[in-house]
Design a protein around this ligand. Structure first.
Ligand SMILES: Nc1ncnc2c1ncn2[C@@H]1O[C@H](COP(=O)(O)OP(=O)(O)O)[C@@H](O)[C@H]1O
Ligand SMILES: [Mg+2]
Length: 577
């Protein structure tokens, strides 16, 4: 493409020159040799021959055909270059996006309590796009323009090496100028992408909290917050545009400054007869030829700094270490057969702020234990440690006498089914929400699981039965229905260990009854850890553990704890009242 770009027009000029008589015809064939002059002369000879033999009109027709052919080739190659670049550009972006997604899914939960969801979304979308447009553009320029610049430089060296050296020195100084702009552009650009991340975070939060925003008449407040962030984004972006747009005019101006200094310097050489005037003229011409690629170079250099800011943000995610690691020879498969043991477990989210201290619990297979205690006592944290959502700081947890760190995460987590207070559902069919992540499940098994979870009836009442799409986060279902779907999901997996974290506390009494029934069925013959808000639901548990501020303060059966007349007794009394 570059070659055709350069040669198309110059190649036609000699034809026209001879045709219209501005260059004398060459009628004798020149001696052929490998220098420019003899090649040009040979060209002139053949053109003259054609005109002599076939007349001007036919020659012109040839020229027209040649013209069409050359431009066809030029555009064909320019299309081909884009054609082959398209898979490269989109492929790089696709790979980055895939890598980011995999990394985000792989990172532990603790990472996401530190980061804004919207900012991560911005990195995934607009930062990746920025990399596409600026960096890949730069690569294109890097391939295309150096040919031109190198050609011009060679020409300049041939004319006057001394002067070329002088010019290069001047160019380095101007390069420094442009480099400084690029550097500050990179900083602003990182800042702007951060603002964009905040914007998307706010948008995401607002959309999911619309009900509350409207209910609390907080529309204006939220809009103001958005406006403020929107304005900061704009302000930073103005600066970016100013800096970016400066690159091209600045490089042209500096180019002229270089030429002026050059003229002044070279005129000295001419007066001293160290250089001819024609030589200077040719030199300047070469210098001017190099200008346009140099300009697109400095422009690309400015934009790449914008792209680099995005690369930094993307890399920051990719380089985040995951502190929840699997051992090299981790156990890939295990059937739970004996017991779960928490031994001297200590844990804190933030250093020196213990959330759990000295926890010792043993759960035999088939037993149910219940955790009770005020909110913030550390109950959810305690069960989150079992599937290794977080790693404990001190002590160990064993399953069948094997430290849970020795299992692969998949083996460990496939032993348990988790039902939490917030029913996490996805905008998909009921069927896919129940089978979630499992493949080739027969419909009968799904229906059976739904029946156990007391969900089958309402599913059949829905518009399209199991194929009904339930909306964002299951928004088209009631709280109780959502909860029963999550239970069906846990039932279908048939895990030996069940973890129920306040699975019924978000429900009204009627749906709670249905869900409680469902849970009772599910817990039969299973090992279960139940966190319950309503104490009536856990009276039959084999052991009840009462927690306060991360410590176990009482433990035993319902009757035994009532007899002790302590914290549990008070809780029960309070609830019956
Ligand atoms: N991701 C987190 N980062 C920091 N602190 C947390 C996090 N999650 C919970 N906490 C703190 O840990 C304590 C116990 O929380 P949690 O286990 O959820 O209590 P419970 O389930 O008993 O209500 C609380 O004081 C809470 O503020
Ligand atoms: Mg909790």
């Amino acid at each position: 493409m570059t070659i055709f770009n350069i040669v198309t027009v110059p190649l036609l000029i000699p034809f026209l020159q001879i045709l219209f008589g501005s260059h004398p015809k060459v009628l004798t064939k020149p001696q052929f040799s490998y220098d420019v002059d003899s090649m040009v002369q040979t060209g002139y000879y053949y053109i003259s021959q054609t005109i002599e033999q076939n007349g001007q009109k036919t020659a012109l027709a040839y020229i027209c055909i040649g013209f069409i052919l050359l431009f066809f080739l030029k555009n064909l190659f320019s299309y081909l270059s884009l054609f082959f670049m398209a898979p490269v550009r989109t492929g790089i972006v696709r790979d980055i996006r895939m890598k980011l997604f995999n990394k985000m899914i792989y990172l532990p939960l603790s990472y996401f309590s530190e980061e804004k969801k919207g900012d991560l979304m911005a990195r995934m979308s607009s930062d990746v796009q920025e990399i596409e447009s600026s960096i890949l553009n730069f690569l294109e320029v890097m391939v295309r323009e150096p040919l031109m610049i190198i050609g011009c430089l060679c020409l300049m060296v041939v004319i006057n090496p001394h002067l070329t050296l002088f010019v290069i020195g001047l160019l380095l100084v101007t390069g420094l100028f442009i480099g400084r702009i690029g550097k500050s552009l990179r900083q602003s650009s990182g800042k702007a992408q951060g603002h964009l991340g905040n914007l998307i975070a706010m948008l995401e939060e607002s959309l999911s909290g619309l009900r509350i925003i409207k209910g609390f008449n907080a529309d204006k407040y939220q809009a103001q917050r958005f406006e403020k962030e929107n304005n900061s984004y704009r302000d930073t972006f103005i600066k970016i545009m100013w800096k970016k747009d400066l690159a091209s005019p600045l490089s042209e101006f500096l180019g002229i400054v270089v030429v002026s200094i050059l003229l002044w310097y070279a005129s000295g050489l001419i007066f001293n007869n160290q250089m001819s005037a024609e030589g200077l003229f040719a030199f300047l011409l070469a210098f001017f030829y190099a200008q346009s690629p140099a300009k697109s170079f400095s422009k690309a250099f400015a934009t790449i700094q914008k792209g680099m800011a995005s690369v930094d943000r993307v890399e920051k995610i990719l380089n985040t270490p995951n502190n929840i690691r699997e051992k090299k020879n981790a156990i890939k498969q295990h059937t739970f057969s004996n017991s779960i043991l928490y031994q001297d477990v200590h844990f804190s989210y933030i250093k020196n702020k213990p959330v759990l201290t000295n926890i010792n619990i043993e759960i035999q297979k088939g037993k149910t234990i219940a955790l009770v205690g005020g909110s913030g006592a550390g109950k959810s944290t305690l069960v989150d440690l079992l599937p290794r959502f977080y790693d404990i700081n001190e002590g160990s947890i064993f399953i069948d006498g094997i430290n849970i760190k020795n299992f692969s995460l998949e083996a460990l987590r496939s032993m348990m089914g988790i039902v939490t207070q917030q029913s996490i559902l996805f905008n998909d069919t009921i069927f896919n929400n129940i089978t979630f992540g499992l493949q080739d499940i027969p419909k009968e098994s799904v229906i059976e699981a739904a029946k156990i979870a007391n969900a089958h009836e309402f599913i059949m009442d829905a518009e399209k039965g199991y194929e009904t799409i339930i909306g964002d986060g299951g928004g088209k279902l009631s709280g109780g229905q959502r909860q029963r779907l999550t239970i069906a999901r846990a039932v279908l997996r048939n895990p030996p260990i069940l973890i129920l974290d306040e699975a019924t506390s978000a429900l009204d009494s009627e749906s709670e009854k249905l869900v409680q029934d469902a849970l009772q069925k599910v817990m039969q013959n299973r090992t279960a850890i139940v966190i319950a808000h309503r104490l009536s639901t856990i009276q039959d548990a084999d052991e009840i553990i009462v927690m306060r501020e991360g410590k176990i303060i009482e433990r035993g059966s319902h009757q035994k704890l009532l007899d002790v007349n302590g914290a549990y007794h008070k809780l029960v009394e309070f609830q019956t009242f």
